[in-house]
Design a protein around this ligand. Structure first.
Ligand code: GLU
Length: 393
């Protein structure tokens, strides 16, 4: 039997996440005893803070080990609603919140709930690599809208509008952005809101998972607080993985209108049921303490991002416009270094350095380097990177 006789049409084209694959490959090479330096993972090198672990242990002892509501623990939903209302200035009630297995499942559930086959989803590029895949899995069509590394990946709103058709259903915003680290300005958000008012059938997915991971002098603003009149057309995704160093816990959330949340809950109740009961109690103390409980991590990511940016711009062949968010940099390769996939293959095979090729994020001229590792590991990675470039030049 051929593959296409067995596998559904929907699943045939589905690609596994390259970011997860590269991190896993780097780890298995390390286990085999190879000398590998990995700046590939979008994962904090910090351990989950003790107060979160203690609350989770207590929850286990207190019997939070049974089925819970498919929508999530009500106290956690309430606390997240309060965070939206008080910190983001987006009035929110418990009914607007769904707890999910990480931000990824929030996007998956949302897309299965709101997209029809043939709907078009505009995705400013570079983009986080799961957006197009999750879009296609909902039988909708991802439309990447390119931006340029030369001006720091500013979204060109006029260009965005040119791609709008009768089939456009959704625009994806991701600020701070993975892979570029870029934070959308209030002016840009106002421009996008203005565009949305012209097209009443288009909604926004705003992925804000890096909201707290920004420089001291930068500020994160959600499009929903810039344009409160559009609140019913804005879906916000967020999660605990990045800010609280809880990647393996898998707790994310979606903010949406009550009618969309209800359908997402139905989907969740028929697929994964509730997110693990006791980890939601850990997430609860995290969100109640934020962002003061994570200041030390934010500070170090900022120092490392600045340091990495400075070093990258001292390497001939790499060009980078400094950014203020997330824990990645996304420099452009000079053309003599070749395309990103080959370059990254060479780095891994010849220098033992794992980075993520920009092609995975829609830009083959760039590479993603993570700075969620110590300065010592960053220096090791940069030495290997320089060595690869010296060999090519
Ligand atoms: N979001 C992280 C990254 O981009 C984790 C891996 C993934 O889920 O893609 O590296």
């Amino acid at each position: 039997m051929k593959n296409y006789d067995v596998i559904s049409k929907r699943a045939l084209g589905l690609k596994p996440s390259l970011t997860l694959e590269i991190s896993a490959l780097a780890q298995s090479l390390k286990k085999e005893g190879k000398n590998i330096c990995s700046l590939s993972a979008g994962e904090p090198d910090y351990d989950t803070p003790d107060f979160i672990i203690e609350a989770t242990q207590k929850a286990l002892k207190d019997g939070f080990t049974r089925y819970g509501p498919a929508a999530g623990d009500s106290e956690l939903r309430e606390a997240i609603a309060n965070k939206f209302s008080n910190i983001n200035k987006i009035p929110t009630r418990l009914e607007n919140i769904l707890i999910t297995n990480g931000g990824k499942q929030a996007i998956f559930n949302l897309f299965q709930t709101i997209l029809n086959p043939g709907d078009e989803v505009l995705i400013p590029s570079p983009y986080w690599l799961s957006y197009p895949e999750i879009t296609r899995f909902a039988e909708a069509i991802p439309i990447p809208i390119e931006s340029s590394p030369v001006n720091g990946f500013i979204i060109d709103i006029e260009k965005l509008e040119k791609y709008i058709t009768k089939k456009t259903k959704l625009i994806i915003l991701n600020s701070p952005c993975n892979p570029t680290g870029r934070i959308l300005t209030i002016r840009e958000l106002e421009g996008i809101a203005k565009l949305l008012r012209k097209y009443p059938n288009i909604s926004i997915l705003s992925d804000e998972i890096y909201e707290f991971l920004i420089s001291e002098d930068a500020c994160h603003v959600s499009i929903a607080s810039v344009a409160p009149d559009l609140i019913d057309r804005v879906y916000i995704v967020n999660g605990f993985a990045k800010s609280w160093a809880m990647t393996g816990w898998r707790v994310g959330y979606l903010r949406a209108s009550n009618s969309v949340i209800k359908k997402c809950v139905a989907l969740q109740s028929q697929s994964t049921s509730n997110v693990c009961s006791f980890v939601q109690r850990g997430a609860l103390v995290a969100i109640q303490k934020e962002p003061s409980g994570i200041k030390y991590m934010i500070k170090s990511y900022n120092q490392r991002r600045k340091y990495l940016t400075k070093c990258i711009n001292n390497i001939e062949g790499l060009n980078l416009v400094p950014q203020d968010g997330a824990f990645y940099v996304f420099p452009k390769l000079d053309s003599n270094l070749g395309a990103s996939l080959n370059f990254c293959k060479k780095l891994l095979e010849e220098e033992g350095l794992a980075l993520v090729p920009g092609i995975a994020f829609g830009d083959d001229s760039c590479i993603r380097i993570s700075c969620s590792v110590s300065e010592e590991i960053i220096n090791d990675g940069l030495t290997r990177l320089q060595s690869a470039i010296d060999k090519i030049n």
